[in-house]
Every structure is written in structure tokens, then in C-alpha cells.
Write a protein that binds this ligand. Structure first.
Ligand SMILES: [Zn+2]
Length: 457
């Protein structure tokens, strides 16, 4: 069962004010079943997507998001007993696949769309650069935040529509396909191997990923709770492998630390993929994170980012965003989790990290509203730092015992669902003895521009 938000459905004709994507209205997708084949050398993706859906409006037609680099060959529909659903025609342009039905589908039916497509996937252009399916020197990756999923599958690309995923992908023997979800099985047929993954929990489309490459699976150990932690390391360079094993050697201890602070790890395993290519930034996916070779220096240079990406499994992946303007709920917490890790590891107190970043932040223009930074500044470092400082200010105000108990109940309640700032605030209220002070803090950090005073006990 997938928990859904109870917010009102977006107004028809409107678009996501951050990604610019026009909302696809009238239905929910409950499950994506992807049956894919990927040839590395020609960067060719072929497949069939079966979308299990139901509709909350009567539908004559509907739209899905799909990049123009993929060509739709066939669309058909499967109704259920009593409901005939037939596709009259489809049109694919401008990153939208519009499907028109022969007869109107009455409200509240269950049906599936079967979409056969192929093409040379490439990242989609966005105001944050090129995102989505990307060819590497020997393989490919997917990094979709916030709106790159249509670069490889037809979908409803909005963070609040979590769905189950069942993905089969055939790749040339010798390559691994590492996808989000649990590995169900692997079978060889001729020169191709099919890898089968399934999610147990609903996943936002931007967190769905597939990595294809010549990877070696290496166990990094098990968390105290039993969660296995695995690394996927490019085969062939023992120097790179040594750097990775060194820099990721604390990954298991990080899982232990965060389980203690935030509550149980939300997925059945944690996997890190390190690509042979350098990457600009690491990125989180569902139960998985992606780093470039440049992020493993052998000198712990990016320890804070290794911690940061892990913490997104709680903040962002399990607790999903209902809308992008709440991005600080992901990035503020992930950045604060970096400081918490350094504190746990005995390197530096979170208060000391907070102070040094506060001093840096104070030098920058204070023209960004944390509660709604706008698309342009969505991934601005000030969102991360002011977000983390907000979390720190809450901790200072409430004291450790109350603060961490509120965070744990917030995390437990939102598990595999969607959260909004008011959900967090509700949990903070429950442990707070001074609601007026909490309101004042909340407003000054989130809803006003000037940088508040540095929080001290
Ligand atoms: Zn992040």
C-alpha cells in the first residue's frame, strides 16, 4: 500500500512551478513494469513499459512524460473485467505522450497501458543542466533529480507520485545492470543477461535509476541492524579500487550512526555505485547512491558527501517531497546529517560545523526564501546550509532529547510516504514547551529573508 498525500489535486492546465512540467492529471500510476534491453556500444534502449494505473477523473485521453529522444512504436491498453479500455491514437511531441481512448474511461477504473518504445537515450535539457540517462565511457547511468526520468521511461514525473517498480533489463554479458530495488534474479540467454529488480516500497520517478557498466560487487560489511552495504566498483583499476575501499570504509559506521539518530534504515540494503568516469556531483537514488571516480581520492576528501548521500535514504527517499519548493526538507537535513556524522565520529561538533558555515553564509546575499527558494536557486548551496542551520537552531531550542525524539517520530510517521514542513512542525510541537519560541524560530529561518542570529543555547 502506497501512502499518498491528501493535498488537493493540482488545478488542470497548471504546471510544476519548479520543473515546468505540465501536470498529468486524472490518474495515478500504481506500478511500472519495465522490460528493457540496452546495448552499450550503440547506446540503444528498447523496451516495453506496462503502467498499472487507476483514474480519479473520467478520461477521454491522458498524458505522460517522455523525452523526445525516445520513439514510441506502439501503445495498447488492458482493461479489467467490465471495463473495456482501447487506445484510439497517440501523439508524442514536446516531451509529452498524449494517449486518446476510443471510449471515455469512467472514473475510478483500473487499467494498464502498454507502451513499446526505443531510441538512443540521452539526458534531457533542464535549467539545472542535462539530467537523466547518460552515456559513460563504458556504460551508462541515470541521475534524474529533479525531472530526468522521462529520458528513459514514460512516466508521471512528479515527486509526489510514488509507485512500485519492477524492472527487467537485458544487457550484454560482461556488463552489470544495477537498478533501484532488490535483485530478484538474473538469467543468461545467448549473449545477453537479464537483470530483474523490484521495489518493495513506492518510489518517486526521480529516484529510479539503472547503472550499466563493468562493475565488481564488493561487500562493505553489514550494519549492526543487519543491513548489507555494498559497493559497485569499476573492474580493471586496482588503484581506484584501493581508493574506494579506503574512502568508503566508514560507510557501515555511518549507517549505524544514522540508524541510532533517525531510526531504522528504510530499505533492505544500501548500495553505492562508483563510476569509472568523473562526475560533477554524487547523487542519491532509492536505496542507492552514485559517485564518480573523482569522489574517491583515498584521502577521505569527500567523507561528508558519502555521509550526505546516505542520509537521503531517510530524508528524500523514504520521506518523499510533496512538492519541490520543500527541497530544504531533503537538503537541509542531508547537510545537517553531514555535521552529525562528523560529531559522532568525534571529528567536530555539529555546533562547530554550524558556526563555520554560518559565517560563510553570512557573507552571501540574503535574498533566498528557504521555504520557497524558486527553481533557479533550488540547488543553491544556501538552501543546503541555511536548511542545515535551521535544523541546528531547532535542536538548540529544544535540546537534544526532545529534538531527536521529534525527528525520530517524524521519520517513523513519514516512512515511505510524503512529508511537508507542517508534518515536521507537528512533531516538533509535540516535544516543545514553548510554541511561541518555536513559531518565531520557524518563521525567521524559513519565511523571512534576513539571516537570523546564530543559534546558541
Ligand atoms: Zn543532497
Amino acid at each position: 500500500m502506497i501512502k499518498r498525500r491528501l493535498r488537493t489535486t493540482p488545478v488542470p492546465g497548471t504546471s510544476d512551478s519548479y520543473t515546468g512540467i505540465n501536470f498529468n492529471l486524472g490518474y495515478h500510476i500504481r506500478g511500472y513494469e519495465l522490460d528493457l534491453t540496452y546495448r552499450v556500444a550503440p547506446n540503444l534502449l528498447m523496451g516495453t513499459a506496462t503502467l498499472r494505473m487507476d483514474n480519479y477523473h473520467a478520461l477521454d485521453s491522458l498524458t505522460l512524460d517522455l523525452a523526445n529522444s525516445l520513439r514510441v512504436e506502439k501503445v495498447s491498453a488492458i482493461g479489467t473485467a467490465g471495463t473495456r479500455v482501447e487506445v484510439a491514437r497517440f501523439r508524442h511531441s514536446d516531451r509529452k505522450l498524449r494517449i486518446t481512448f476510443r471510449n471515455q474511461i469512467p472514473v475510478d477504473q483500473e487499467f494498464s497501458l502498454v507502451i513499446r518504445y526505443r531510441g538512443n537515450p540521452r539526458p534531457v535539457r533542464s535549467q539545472w543542466g542535462m539530467i537523466g540517462w547518460e552515456e559513460l565511457s563504458n556504460g551508462s547511468l541515470v541521475a534524474s533529480q529533479p525531472c530526468g526520468a522521462p529520458s528513459w521511461l514514460p512516466c508521471d514525473d512528479t515527486p509526489d507520485e510514488k509507485a512500485l517498480f519492477d524492472v527487467k533489463i537485458a544487457v550484454d554479458n560482461g556488463y552489470s545492470a544495477i537498478a533501484t530495488g532488490e535483485l530478484i534474479g538474473r538469467s543468461v540467454s545467448g549473449s545477453m543477461t537479464t537483470w530483474h529488480y523490484r521495489t518493495r516500497e513506492g518510489m518517486a520517478t526521480y529516484l529510479a535509476a539503472i547503472h550499466v557498466g563493468d562493475y565488481e560487487e564488493v561487500s562493505l560489511g553489514k550494519a549492526a541492524s543487519g543491513v548489507p552495504v555494498l559497493a559497485y566498483i569499476p573492474r580493471g583499476s586496482s588503484a581506484l579500487k584501493a581508493r574506494i575501499l579506503h574512502d568508503f570504509s566508514k560507510q557501515v559506521a555511518m549507517v549505524d550512526a544514522y540508524e541510532e539518530l533517525f531510526g531504522p534504515y528504510p530499505f533492505s540494503s544500501y548500495r553505492v555505485v562508483i563510476t569509472e568516469d568523473d562526475l560533477e556531483i554524487p547523487l542519491e537514488a532509492h536505496g542507492l547512491s552514485t559517485f564518480g571516480a573523482n569522489h574517491a581520492t583515498g584521502k577521505d576528501t569527500w567523507e561528508r558527501l558519502i555521509a550526505h548521500e546516505l542520509s537521503h535514504q531517510w530524508f528524500g527517499n523514504s520521506l518523499g517531497l510533496a512538492q519541490w519548493n520543500d527541497i530544504w526538507l531533503n537538503e537541509g537535513f542531508a547537510c545537517y546529517a553531514e555535521w552529525l556524522w562528523l560529531e559522532k565520529a568525534g571529528v567536530k561538533s555539529a555546533a562547530a560545523s554550524a558556526l563555520s558555515f554560518y559565517e560563510e553564509l553570512a557573507k552571501l546575499p540574503q535574498d533566498l526564501l528557504l521555504a520557497d527558494p524558486g527553481a533557479k536557486d533550488m540547488f543553491d548551496d544556501r538552501v543546503y546550509k541555511r536548511g542545515a542551520l535551521t535544523v541546528h537552531a531547532l535542536r538548540v531550542l529544544l535540546g537534544d532529547a526532545a529534538f531527536f525524539s521529534a525527528i525520530q517520530s517524524y521519520v517513523a510517521e513519514g516512512r515511505h510516504g510524503l512529508v511537508e514542513p507542517r508534518d515536521l512542525k507537528r512533531h516538533l510541537y509535540m516535544v516543545s514547551t514553548d510554541h511561541a519560541a518555536l513559531d518565531a524560530l520557524w518563521n525567521s529561518w524559513l519565511r523571512e529573508l534576513p539571516l537570523p542570529e546564530f543559534p546558541t543555547a
